[in-house]
Design a protein around this ligand. Structure first.
Ligand code: PRT
Ligand code: ZN
Length: 287
């Protein structure tokens, strides 16, 4: 039984909110969502959820207003807060990139020397330019960075990119990746013993959910004479479970395969005589 609660900060509305909330729910944590609310208390886990602007989350965690938070690595690296990044969460993937107008004859990072670059990430960009010995002018702007070159405010931009559509429609070309980013779980250094225990439980659940989403459960039937070949295709967590079918000479195999490899494995299984292949999602997986 816990006497205290862990406080987690998640983005109130925006690209990370839905995935952050759904991840906590998949961990079996029940709470009201953040619509019109600053805070929600979980009904079945010692957790208070704070709904905040993403930019404020590292500072709130560093100051102890929240104990842990979910935020993009881009925000974490731009803030100089004393928080630890614990766990990559696999969503909110994007990259912070430098892009130039299509008419700019760009060959290397050297071509940025003496140029004006518009960004909302002056710290990360400054570090990148210093590391590459490039002296350029950084123009910090808070939004619509992509229009800066067309209005004559900058020669290049450094902004977040996911599909690349925004750059394309603004006649910009991506030339350097400064940072790859995804949502991470951050925590304040030196959590008190009780909070640390709850945090460890939360991390355990998050890992089980993530592991489950990266894997699929596979069931299939195969003729016994093909079993050796099929077992080689299906490594599983340890090795596949093999059970005899009622029909003589046939077996059923159960295993777990990586989600990214499912289709390739199905093709191989089919060519080796597997039939009745079923693929199922896994809710939690503890290795
Ligand atoms: O209100 P609040 O301050 O909380 O939210 P926000 O508007 O500052 O952030 P939000 O919700 O836009 O993004 C939250 C986080 O999502 C970011 O900090 C990133 O970690 C992550 N993320 C992932 C992105 C993108 N992908 C993304 N594509 N954040 C922003 N973008 C923007 C980008 O700035 C550009 O304008 O989308 C545009 C580019 O997208 P594409 O698909 O056209 O390339
Ligand atoms: Zn923001």
């Amino acid at each position: 039984m816990f006497t205290s609660k862990l406080k987690i900060a998640v983005q109130k509305t925006g690209r990370l909110s839905e995935s952050s909330i759904s991840l906590l729910r998949k961990c079996g944590i029940e709470f009201e969502n953040g619509l019109g609310k600053l805070k929600s208390s979980a009904r079945n886990f010692p957790l208070d959820i704070y709904f905040l602007r993403d930019d404020d989350i590292p500072q709130y965690v560093a100051d102890g207003v929240a104990d842990v938070g979910i935020v993009g690595e881009n925000i974490l690296h731009e803030n100089l807060c004393r928080v630890e990044a614990f766990e990559k969460l696999g969503f909110g993937k994007c990259r912070l990139s430098i892009a130039v107008p299509k008419t700019f004859e760009y060959r290397s990072v050297e071509d940025l020397k003496g140029r004006r670059i518009a960004t909302s990430y002056p710290k990360i960009l400054g570090d990148f330019l210093r590391k590459n010995n490039v002296n350029a002018e950084i123009h910090t702007i808070s939004g619509s960075v992509e229009i800066a070159p067309s209005i004559g405010l900058a020669d290049a931009v450094c902004d977040l990119v996911s599909s690349g559509d925004t750059l394309f429609t603004n006649n910009l070309r991506e030339v350097e990746t400064v940072l790859n980013s995804e949502a991470v779980l951050i925590a304040r250094a030196g959590l008190e013993a009780d909070s640390r225990k709850i945090f460890n439980q939360l991390v355990f659940r998050l890992r089980a959910v993530r592991c489950a989403t990266q894997n699929k459960y596979i069931l299939l039937n195969a003729p016994d004479e093909k079993l050796d070949e099929i077992i080689r295709i299906l490594p599983g967590i340890k090795s596949p479970t093999v059970m005899p079918l009622a029909e003589k000479g046939w077996s059923s195999l159960h295993s777990v395969v990586r989600e990214t490899e499912v289709w390739e494995i199905i093709e191989q299984l089919r060519t080796h005589g597997a039939e009745g292949i079923l693929i199922a999602s896994i809710d939690q997986m503890i290795q």
